[in-house]
Design a binder for this molecule. Structure first.
Ligand code: NAP
Length: 255
């Protein structure tokens, strides 16, 4: 088994929320981390916390050519990606589908589906050549559960979930593991982005119960990639104790 210190992890969406917490946790544990997102200032701050162990990579996952070029140009120390945490994603809009904006739908498809594939396509050949690797895809409970307003967002996460199953099928025997993680409510910038920057509402959806944190999901990622190489954690649904299903949250102790 390869030791943590010899493993490089690429985390997309590492400027905020789940991705930031995951990049920070894994770097703290001794992994080399390539932290990718669009907001360079945040990535630079993270890299500054872990001198030499975190490489900041300014990247828009929607740009296939830029993703390929960025992977080819990684410094040699970070060039062999052992673990891809394919996490960058967003929701846009929370109203009924018949009131949805077409540009919002396309942004979700371009980011959550095509962006995830752009990164996968850049990283997978190296893993296949080395006969080892681990792809951790960030799906959602929206992949398997319907709730009002989820519509296209849920569809994109359903793609991630089913793609993950099919990756496991094709990659069986290749030495490459595939995990998909389906979180329930996680208090991040996700809802603020989804609602177009409405800070008040973006925060209030996490009030009155104890939501998950990015750190909670980072702990799950660390577990999934830390088990022995012959063990594949296929799929994990992670819920707040106060949430039974999508759209079913009960207030509970918040501390
Ligand atoms: N929060 C939840 O309740 C929840 C539940 C289930 C699943 N998820 C999934 O978890 C993942 C992370 O979300 P989060 O909750 O941590 O939200 P977040 O705090 O808004 O973080 C989203 C991250 O994705 C990055 N990103 C978005 N578009 C990008 C692009 N075009 N290129 C590169 N990076 C991009 C953002 O970075 P930049 O803006 O700097 O590029 C940011 O780092 C998403 O895939 C989301 O669908 C979230």
């Amino acid at each position: 088994m390869t030791s943590i210190r010899d493993k490089t992890v690429l985390v997309t969406g590492a400027s905020s929320g789940i991705g930031l917490a995951t990049a920070r946790r894994l770097a703290d544990r001794g992994y080399r981390v390539v932290a990718a997102a669009r907001r360079k200032d945040r990535l630079a701050a993270l890299a500054g916390e872990f001198a030499g162990r975190v490489h900041a990579l300014a990247l828009d996952v929607r740009d296939h050519a830029a993703v390929s070029a960025a992977m080819d140009a990684l410094p040699s120390k970070f060039a062999s990606i052992d673990v891809l945490v394919n996490n960058a994603g967003l929701g846009r809009g929370s109203g009924p589908v018949q009131e949805g904006q077409f540009e919002d739908w396309m942004e979700m498809v371009d980011t959550n589906i095509k962006g995830l594939l752009n990164v996968l396509h850049a990283v997978l050949p190296g893993m296949a050549a080395r006969k080892r690797g681990h792809i951790v895809n960030m799906s959602s409970i929206a992949a398997t559960q319907a709730y009002p307003g989820s519509n296209v967002y849920g569809g994109t996460k359903g793609f991630v979930h089913v793609l993950s199953k099919n990756l496991r099928t094709d990659l069986a025997g290749s030495g490459i593991r595939v995990t998909d993680i389906q979180p329930g409510a996680v208090a991040t910038e996700f809802t603020r982005v989804r609602l177009g920057g409405d800070d008040a509402h973006g925060t209030s959806v996490y009030e009155g119960y104890r939501a998950l944190t990015g750190e909670d999901i980072a702990e799950v990622v660390e577990f999934a990639i830390g088990v022995p190489d012959h063990v594949n954690i296929s799929s994990i649904e992670v819920m707040p104790t106060d949430q039974a299903a999508a759209g079913f949250i009960m207030g509970g102790p918040t501390d």
